[in-house]
Design a protein around this ligand. Structure first.
Ligand code: ZN
Ligand code: ZN
Ligand code: FE
Length: 759
């Protein structure tokens, strides 16, 4: 040992487990001629390194500059250490201790190296559907506890064969310490069953599945984060059968194609979208349809877009290789229940939907739906943030106490904070049934365990009837803080943009419980991360029938028409009056007049619904936001005229809906085409809100505008408002890391609760 040998201890934090980090360290240490050891501990990767000071400095520099593709380094701490006179550099077995702070990688798509091997007839893993390496494969969904090592994953049931073990032990191999490493000899297998749970005898279950799909069968396929239901997307009858059996009437179905060339047959792809499609996250990307195309019209009815993804598991590649333009790959569930992940559960729950089941014996510990993204206004917007993205944290401006935020009711996610990091869960779903509520509780427990967090604060939505709020209220020995829904939306966008202090917040969605117990949803707030005031909102109108008015936009139409025209509404020559029975109309108007089951709402989502019904586009909806979405799709891109608009200054500003409704009606009865009416309506809102921001800037001195809420999934509104506000020199902040819909509010709840608790 040289006389000037020194030793240092480096602790690396971030996503450094299960991503080939220790082998990388091992190779790096050897390259810099250093001895010592590296270990995965519950507090991160800890490196003890010995050698010449210059070599150690070179090693430390390379550590941050050259790390493996899946690694994400948050910080590296350096400490002097005693020289132990190591004779080599080695990787030691994982340790566990109480200070758990390592991050786990998301599940990512199969890498190019593994794909090449899988299609190489000379490779021992040729056509093996579970091929993976340190740079690819399952992670988050197969982990039960940390540290991330094989015995803590669902791979613990598979003992590696000698060849796999040799790869796993060889630092020069790209499967060195790849925890899910396996082959056909020692690893998981696929198996095909019919719906009676009888095994289908075949030596090629995937090839047989492809033939069944071509015959028009519905096959339940176990994937990475749960089951999919698959049919041939070009087969009308099969697509219709799937919709009927799944009770999914109108919502678009996701597609999967083998490669970009297949997708280009039926959809337009920009360079940015191509990058998203081929990224290791492999999200579903919303792409404009090419017309005409050979995809069944029932895949995405009355929609200008397809939701498309590329294969992300080896199994998907082996299946799609059989010459499909596209497969429908929709989540394996009945209506709004969580997707099935367990084989036994799938056979029961999907029995009336699937004709066959292609299953495997690698357990999924935590379900994770496919993520959905769309490029809007020059950025990628997450509509659903789940597989591929979770559990990467959102990094905050400052440290927070440990908070558990319970999210909202629809598109629920939870959020757990740990220091400067906010971990938002995978998509949990609509908390309206028992199984989703159970999944919510399971996710809370699971995330607390793998993050090692004991929450001191529980944040929840003000709505007293939300299941998540009731669950929060029942928690003990924690500080419980309720957060207003639209405030949470705004602070969510502030948090991901790392901004603090007062902003003008435009919080637009369908429904959220207001502090006056009314239904809010068209709110302009002056807010910081702790408090807000309601500066402006849409003037309240009744929602006749409450929840029924959400499912039946014609009820909202009558409400707005009543407000705008009073009894004269009967004289209007609108398509609405031809489609509906006069008696039904009378009943609803009576409900409004007598204030029967007609809560007041200031929701912008409902205004979209009402206008969609007035123009004759949609009287009923099958899913939330459908009418608004179709109104957006109908808009003529070339029109930018606007209607008159007006607001009233009371104790706060109330935006009047009557002038807009009168103009829409005027256009419809005088025969103006739907695309023009829709475009005028959108541009009116853009101009109106931009004007209001100007007024609020003059009175408050604030120049930062934050846009959040489900209505901003509307690309015309988001793009138009963003652009118009920037032209007026506002600083505009929007969502890029978390969804603008209710999938993002858990983040805002956590930050608001932390701000309130530390007062
Ligand atoms: Zn790989
Ligand atoms: Zn093996
Ligand atoms: Fe919302």
């Amino acid at each position: 040992m040289a006389e000037n040998t020194i030793a240092r201890k480096l602790a690396v934090n971030g996503i450094v487990q299960g991503v080939g980090f220790r082998p990388f360290v091992y190779n790096l240490a050897n390259r810099h001629n250093l001895k010592g050891q590296v270990a995965n501990t519950s507090s991160g990767v800890v490196i003890h390194i010995e050698g010449l000071a210059d070599n150690i400095d070179g090693f430390a520099a390379d550590l941050t500059a050259k790390h493996p593709p899946l690694a994400y380094i948050v910080e590296i701490s350096h400490q002097q250490a005693p020289v132990n006179s190591y004779t080599e550099f080695r990787i030691v077995k994982s340790k566990s201790d109480s200070a758990i702070s390592t991050l786990i990688s998301p599940d990512v798509s199969v890498c190019d190296d593994c794909r090449r091997e899988m299609f190489d007839p000379n490779d021992r893993r040729c056509h093996y559907p579970f091929i993976n390496c340190t740079n690819c494969g399952p992670r988050y969904t197969i982990i039960d506890d940390i540290p991330y090592d094989r015995p803590k994953t669902s791979m613990k049931h598979f003992k590696m064969c000698l060849q796999c073990q040799a790869e796993y032990d060889d630092p020069a191999n790209r499967r060195f310490h790849a925890q899910p490493n396996a082959c056909a000899v020692c690893g998981p297998h696929v198996h095909l069953y019919d719906k009676q749970h009888k095994s289908v005898e075949t030596d090629d279950p995937i090839g047989k599945t492809a033939r069944l799909l071509k015959e028009g069968r519905v096959v339940a396929i176990k994937g990475l984060g749960g089951f999919h239901l698959a049919v041939d997307a070009q087969n009308d009858t099969a697509v219709k059968a799937l919709r009927t059996r799944k009770h999914r009437e109108e919502k678009p179905l996701a597609l999967m194609s083998y490669d970009l060339a297949c997708i280009q047959k039926y959809a337009e792809i920009t360079v940015d979208e191509q990058k998203l499609l081929t990224s290791i996250q492999r999200p579903i990307v919303l792409l404009p349809k090419k017309e005409p195309n050979s995809i069944s019209p029932d895949v995405s009815p009355r929609n200008r877009y397809f939701g498309v993804m590329l294969p992300y598991t080896p199994l998907h590649y082996l299946l799609l290789e059989h010459g499909f333009t596209a497969l429908v790959m929709t989540s394996g569930n009945l209506s709004e229940e969580p997707i099935a992940i367990d084989n036994g559960d799938a056979f029961v729950r999907l029995a009336d939907i699937a004709d066959y089941f292609l299953i495997h014996n690698r357990d999924i510990y935590l379900r994770s739906d496919d993520s959905i993204v769309r490029r809007v206004a020059g950025d990628t917007r997450l509509i659903r943030r789940s597989r591929g993205y979770v559990p990467i944290p959102v990094f905050l401006k400052k440290d927070l106490p440990p908070v558990l935020a319970c999210g909202g009711e629809l598109k629920n996610t939870i959020c757990i904070t740990k220091g400067r990091m906010a971990f938002i869960s995978q998509h949990i779903g609509d908390l309206e049934n028992l199984s989703t509520h159970e999944f919510f509780q399971l996710t809370v427990r699971h995330m607390q365990r793998i993050l090692g967090v004991e929450p001191e604060i529980v944040a929840y939505d003000m709505h007293p009837d939300y299941l998540s709020s009731r669950w929060a209220a029942a928690q003990q020995d924690v500080e419980k803080i309720s957060v207003q829904h639209h405030h949470a939306h705004i602070v969510s966008a502030m948090a991901e943009n790392k901004i603090e202090g007062d902003v003008i917040g435009l919080s637009f969605d369908g429904t959220g419980y207001g502090i006056d117990h009314r239904v809010w949803g068209g709110e302009i707030l002056i807010a910081d991360e702790k408090e807000f005031t309601r500066a402006a909102h849409l003037d309240d109108v009744p929602m006749p029938g409450s929840a029924a008015a959400i499912k039946q936009p014609w009820r909202m139409a009558l409400s707005y028409l009543q407000a705008a025209f009073g009894d004269d509404l009967w004289n209007l020559k609108l398509p609405l009056f031809k489609e509906l029975e006069a008696d039904n109309i009378k009943i609803i108007l009576e409900m409004i007049r007598k204030n029967l089951n007609s809560p007041q709402t200031s929701s912008l989502g409902r205004l979209f619904d009402g206008v969609a019904a007035i123009v004759g586009l949609r009287m009923h909806v099958a899913f939330e936001g459908q009418a608004a979405m179709e109104l957006e799709m109908a808009a003529d891109q070339a029109t930018d005229e606007i209607y008159e608009y007006e607001w009233r200054q009371d104790d706060r500003i109330k935006i009047l809906t009557q002038p807009i409704i009168r103009s829409v009606v005027n256009d419809v009865v005088s025969g103006v085409k739907l695309p023009v009416v829709s475009a005028r309506f959108h541009h009116t809102l853009i101009r109106l809100f931009c004007d209001l921001c100007g007024k609020l800037r003059r009175s408050s001195g604030l120049n930062r505008v934050v846009l959040s809420g489900g209505v901003f999934q509307n690309a015309i509104l988001l793009t138009g408002l963003h652009q118009t506000l920037e032209e007026k020199n506002f600083e505009v902040y929007t969502h890029k890391l978390v969804p603008t819909n209710d999938g993002g509010i858990s983040l805002g709840q956590a930050v608001v609760a932390a701000a309130k608790a530390t007062q």
